[in-house]
Write a protein that binds this ligand. Sequence first.
Ligand code: GLN
Length: 207
Amino acid sequence: SPTVGVLALQGNVPEHLEALAASGARPIAVRRASELAAVDGLVLPGGESTTMSRLLDVFELLEPLRDRLRDGMPAYGSCAGMILLADRILDGRPDQHQLGGLDVVVRRNAFGRQVDSFETDLEFRGVPDGPMHAVFIRAPWVEKAGGDVEVLASVPHVTSEGEDAGAAAGRPVAVRQGPVLATAFHPELTGDRRVHGLFVEMVRATL
Ligand code: GLN
């Protein structure tokens, strides 16, 4: 089975390790360059992208990670991980690093104060078995996506609570560009393994 790392500087690390193990991967926590060199793919978890950005410097992982992404290593970013992978960030901190590789503009904390955190069901293209329950926590959305970016899921116009999703409606919240996958929400928190399953398949396809 493929070895899939979880960037373990901060954030939802144990949940991703567990979800990967349940999806047929051999999961390892990645904190140093030698561990990064050993993985076939990498998950960048949710948490706080500005903190992770700072820790990438402290752990001297910024350049090794950029190198592996440039070489085509499969990567999956959830929430803060999506922000790190995006080529451009709106409402980011001016000094926050981007790893890049995903041709999107993301807006950080896009859903604003009133809907800081919410849950809804959405259609996720290419996964079987119907709608996916999605948990958003101070999430970004994709403001603009390049031509090579596939939108896999968007915020529905009416949420599962029956509320009008307003300005959020139709915003892309799951995207893929070649070996790079990103979701604004947190499938590691719901027990739904379909996104991790998709990512493990993407990693397997590169071996
Ligand atoms: N708002 C956080 C950030 O800017 C992301 C939140 C999350 O990952 N749940 O990084």
